[in-house]
Design a protein. Structure first.
Length: 162
């Protein structure tokens, strides 16, 4: 008795979408590039890489990422811009605190601003760690600025120094 071959597409076989696999490849490239940098040059190169990635994004994600970059860097100047899975992110002492995900890159209906566990935005037994961004109104920008300041303040206070 012969066995029939079952065809499985890459998404089913790996469990990851094409967009997710591309993001993982970008992350591997980011790690390789980061290992070659050091000091002030590293921060400058990473900032330039983030700005270049923002410039590559299609609208409206480009405008949103650009405005988020301004809000985050103004409200948390201690954070270092860097790429994380091919998207803009902002880190402290090598740990990503917050990040932007393009709607178009991941084929979703909205962009996302996310916070890692290093942000320590803990609030009781349950709290949000990612926010859907449909539009950046002045009220939304104020909320983002407050969240970023809180994330950095909590992160600095976590080791007893803040």
């Amino acid at each position: 008795m012969g066995r029939s071959k079952r065809t499985v597409n890459d998404d089913e076989q790996s469990g990851f979408s094409a967009e997710e696999r591309a993001a993982m490849r970008e992350r591997a490239q980011e790690l390789k590039a980061a290992s070659r940098r050091s000091g002030h040059a590293k921060r400058e190169e990473e900032t330039n890489a983030v700005l270049a990635k923002i410039a590559e994004l299609p609208e409206p994600d480009r405008a949103m990422a650009s405005r988020l970059h301004s809000i985050i860097t103004a409200n948390a100047p201690t954070l270092t811009p860097r790429l994380w899975y091919g998207m803009p992110a902002y880190a402290k002492d090598g740990k990503v605190i917050c990040f932007f995900q393009s709607a178009q890159k991941f084929n979703t209906r909205y962009a996302t601003l996310g916070f890692s566990d290093a942000a320590q935005l803990d609030d009781g037994a349950m709290w949000p760690t990612a926010f859907a961004l449909a539009e950046l109104t002045p009220a939304v920008e104020a909320q983002i600025a407050a969240l970023v300041r809180r994330a950095v303040r909590n992160e600095e206070g976590a080791d007893g120094t803040g």
